[in-house]
Design a protein around this ligand. Structure first.
Ligand code: C2E
Ligand code: CA
Ligand code: CA
Length: 797
């Protein structure tokens, strides 16, 4: 705080001195002015007086001058000198000086300050005959002046003194005192406690008031700023203490380390989690000191975090820690760069999660029923097959007719059986052998040990014998015996496959040939089987290419109205003109197309081509419809009803210009979706035929449940109809039943007139077969159609 203000430095002293100085200066200047003015005025008054005196003697003096009477002049002069203001009198005529008289010594020549007046002739008013001059009495004038000056001087001095006193008092009270008071108060002010300066009385609107206001504002702001600052400081201290506490007591391990893993700091949890050897000092310790299994990977993580271009990314991974006693702990380490070349890391114990993951993986790789590995498990254990893996034999085992037992006796019995089978397999295996259940009743065995065919013949032969023994199961609480045999296919590593996939495929091929030959046996993979597979692969590739290359085309087989022998319609059948193999039949490539996912695209192409042909024929006056085969796989999404309707519209065809042939498989597969699909198409006026009736389940319920139009009786029934009476009866029954349900019937595969006759006797509505026509190319169809109709006209049999 500033020291005391001495009075002579004070505003009061200064202003008083200023006022006094100004007063003195003003006093001096005004005295001079007064002196001058008063002098002038006194002189003026003297001249006036002298003028008045002259007026009284003027006529007398004129006579004296006219006659040159010096005596008279002298008397007048004497008279004038009796006036105290007159100092000297001179009267002259034109000719001479009549008199010069003075009070006291005569002053010659100094007439400058004298009052002169010309004297005129008493007879002629404009003739100057002389002059009279009076000189004033200077000392009396001066005395008068001095008196005046003194008086005025005193007056002014008193006035000034009064003004100064008043001004000083006013300043003292109005300005200086409030300033001094304010200054003193400010000096003692305790702003922090909220004290503020009072605005001096009646200074609310003066500069002083504003100054006080400004000071108060400034003070308030200062106090506020200081308050915030100190609060921050306090918070910082608290925070630091709190974070230190958090850091120390956190359950997660926390550390700060540089790129080489030198620890700058770490908390207790870090030390505890990493089993860091106890030592007093925390400096000079290293991240890698702990028993990490892969310290290099951990350091790489730290460096990777530091190398991140954003400088913010967190790198994290799990690391295994192995304690001195061999106990293991998984720690999740997350490292985030701090921006100063070091990382901050956290550690959490994830051992539990890792163990859960491991057990989950084990679950996912284990077959719950048998406890064997499942396919994924087998993949896992055999994943690391390398050329250096010792040879082994992969045996693919399958129970013959297991499905039949499962269907007939229920899953519970099937499961019992599988458990028993697994038990028997386990007994035959060596400790080093691997086994997995890779399908419902399929087991894959990796047999190590002696790899000769003789040895394997013995082992697998024994296995099949053991498995062929009767099984005791309980069926609905009662004991029962099941007889079931197994088949096996064997492939060798590395001869028959370099990885599990190939080996499984080879063993499966061997198994397939065994089963094709009746099962209850085992066989080895033969390259010829592989050749068949490769052949298939080649066809697959070719088929993929065929679609784009335009190698697929349609043929059309007429459908005949048996009541009158007229052409009713046709069925579109697909052909593949393979550049090397010639014409490939649909039975061969349609299943392939289904497997390869090509069937949707092919199906749409067939429908489009059909529409194109039908449109051409209809335009040429051939009023027929064509039915198109639809694969199970196309329904419902591969051939949306909207797409069918769209194509019909595109070719300007009515909805009865085509029909769709589906098989019972469609109706069994996804009942709800199939029903919706059929109903939508029916709603659009498109007819649905049930193809190959009699080969599948031929359930009557389908015919009732689904809104079908026509049933196509499979050609196998028609073929045997003439020879086998039961088939004739069956066809008869189907026709009758269909009739009762309001369905049309088409007999497929009508090859001879005998069949034709029977069908007509039975009352079958329509027929299709080589007897009428083989499937023909689109461009030949019109001619064939004409021939059929002509034949009718000619009296068809
Ligand atoms: P499907 O629908 O039962 O077709 C009738 C099959 O019987 C045709 O064989 C036809 O050529 C043959 N056939 C006709 N008349 C006689 C006869 O009098 N005697 C004998 N033994 N057979 C006769 P294809 O053309 O080989 O077709 C076989 C199967 O391929 C068809 O059976 C059908 O299921 C399927 N298929 C054909 N084209 C297509 C198609 O465009 N799409 C789909 N998804 N499947 C098709
Ligand atoms: Ca068909
Ligand atoms: Ca058929």
């Amino acid at each position: 705080m500033s020291e005391k203000v001495h009075w002579w430095h004070g505003i009061l002293a200064r202003s008083l001195m200023a006022v006094a100085g100004i007063a003195l200066l003003m006093g001096g200047v005004s005295s001079l002015l007064v002196n001058q003015v008063v002098g002038e005025r006194a002189h003026g008054q003297a001249v006036l007086k002298l003028g008045e005196l002259l007026d009284t003697v003027e006529s007398t003096v004129s006579i004296a001058a006219f006659v040159g009477d010096a005596q008279l002049a002298k008397e007048v002069a004497q008279g004038l000198l009796r006036n105290s203001e007159v100092m000297q009198v001179t009267i002259r005529s034109n000719e001479r000086e009549l008199v010069r008289a003075a009070r006291g010594p005569l002053r010659v020549g100094d007439d400058s300050r004298a009052v002169r007046r010309p004297l005129y002739s008493p007879f002629k008013a404009d003739e100057v005959i002389g002059e009279i001059s009076l000189a004033a009495e200077q000392t009396s004038i001066d005395a008068l002046v001095a008196k005046d000056v003194w008086f005025t001087g005193w007056l002014m001095a008193i006035q000034l003194a009064l003004v100064i006193a008043a001004a000083t008092a006013a300043m003292l009270f109005l300005v200086v005192r409030p300033i001094k008071e304010t200054s003193d108060r400010l000096h003692r002010l305790d702003a922090a406690s909220g004290e503020r300066l009072a605005v001096p009385e009646s200074h609310a609107k003066s500069e002083l008031g504003r100054l006080v206001g400004d000071i108060n504002n400034l003070t308030a702001r200062l106090v506020a700023t200081i308050g915030i600052e100190s609060a921050l400081l306090r918070q910082q201290v608290i925070d630091q203490r709190k974070y230190r506490d958090l850091f120390d007591k956190a359950a997660a391990g926390i550390f700060v380390a540089d790129r080489d893993g030198r620890l700058e700091s770490f908390n207790r949890a870090f030390a505890a989690l990493t089993w860091l050897p106890r030592r007093k000092e925390t400096t000079g310790r290293w991240l890698a000191e702990a028993g990490w299994q892969e310290p290099e990977r951990l350091l790489a993580l730290v460096r990777d975090a530091l190398a991140d271009p954003t400088g913010k990314a967190t790198r994290a991974d799990d690391f295994l820690l192995v304690g001195r006693r061999g106990d293991e702990r998984w720690l999740h380490v997350a490292a985030t760069p701090l921006g100063d070349g070091s990382v901050q890391g956290t550690l959490t114990d994830v051992t539990k999660r890792r163990n859960e993951e491991i057990s989950a993986r084990r679950l996912a790789t284990t077959d719950a029923l048998t406890g064997f590995a499942n396919r994924a498990g087998l993949q896992h254990t055999l994943a690391e097959i390398t050329p250096h893996t010792p040879p082994f034999a992969l045996v693919m085992l399958d129970l013959d007719g297991f499905k039949r037992i499962n269907d007939a006796m229920g899953f519970a019995v099937g499961d019992q059986l599988l458990i028993l089978v697994a038990g028997r397999i386990r007994k035959v295996l060596d400790a080093r052998d691997q086994v997995a259940r890779v399908g419902g009743d399929e087991f894959a065995l990796a047999l190590v040990g002696e790899q000769s065919r003789v040895a394997l013949d013995a082992r697998v032969g024994q296995l099949l014998r053991v498995l062929a023994e009767p099984y005791d199961v309980s069926v609905a609480g009662k004991h029962d015996q099941i007889d079931i045999a197994a088949s096996a296919g064997i492939a060798f590593f590395p001869a028959d496959g370099h990885d599990l996939q190939e080996l499984l495929r080879s063993a499966e091929l061997a198994l397939n040939s065994v089963q094709a030959a009746g099962g209850r046996n085992f066989g080895y993979f033969e390259p010829a089987q592989q050749v068949a597979v490769e052949h298939r692969h080649r066809i697959e590739d070719d088929l993929r290419h065929a679609l784009g290359a335009g190698e697929l085309h349609l043929v059309f087989q007429p459908i005949i109205d048996l009541s009158n022998g007229r052409l009713a319609g046709a069925e579109a059948l697909l052909r593949w003109s393979h550049p090397a193999r010639g014409v490939v039949m649909p039975d061969v490539f349609i299943p392939l197309a289904e497997e390869l996912g090509l069937i949707d695209e092919i199906g749409l192409m067939v429908l489009r081509e059909t529409c194109r042909h039908v449109a051409t024929w209809r335009n040429a006056g051939l009023d027929i419809y064509v039915s198109v085969n639809v694969s199970v796989r196309q329904i419902p999404d591969g051939l949306p009803p909207g797409a069918v309707v769209g194509l019909l519209e595109q070719y300007g065809l009515p909805s009865n210009a085509i029909a769709l042939e589906i098989t019972e498989g469609v109706l069994m597969n996804n009942v709800v979706a199939a029903q919706t699909w059929i109903e939508q198409l029916r709603a659009d006026g498109i007819r649905i035929y049930l193809d190959d009736f009699g080969t599948g389940y031929s359930s009557l319920s389908y015919l009732k449940r689904f809104p079908l139009d026509t049933v196509k009786i499979d050609k196998s029934f028609i073929r045997d109809m003439s020879a086998d009476n039961s088939d004739r009866t069956l066809v008869d029954a189907i026709v009758t039943m269909a009739g009762s349900l309001g369905l049309n019937v088409i007999a497929e595969g009508v090859e001879n007139t005998a069949q034709f006759d029977i069908l007509r006797q039975i009352g079958c509505g329509y027929g299709q077969g080589y007897l009428f026509s083989r499937p023909v190319k689109g461009e030949d169809f019109a001619q064939v159609a004409a021939h059929i109709n002509a034949a009718l006209v000619a009296g068809w049999r």
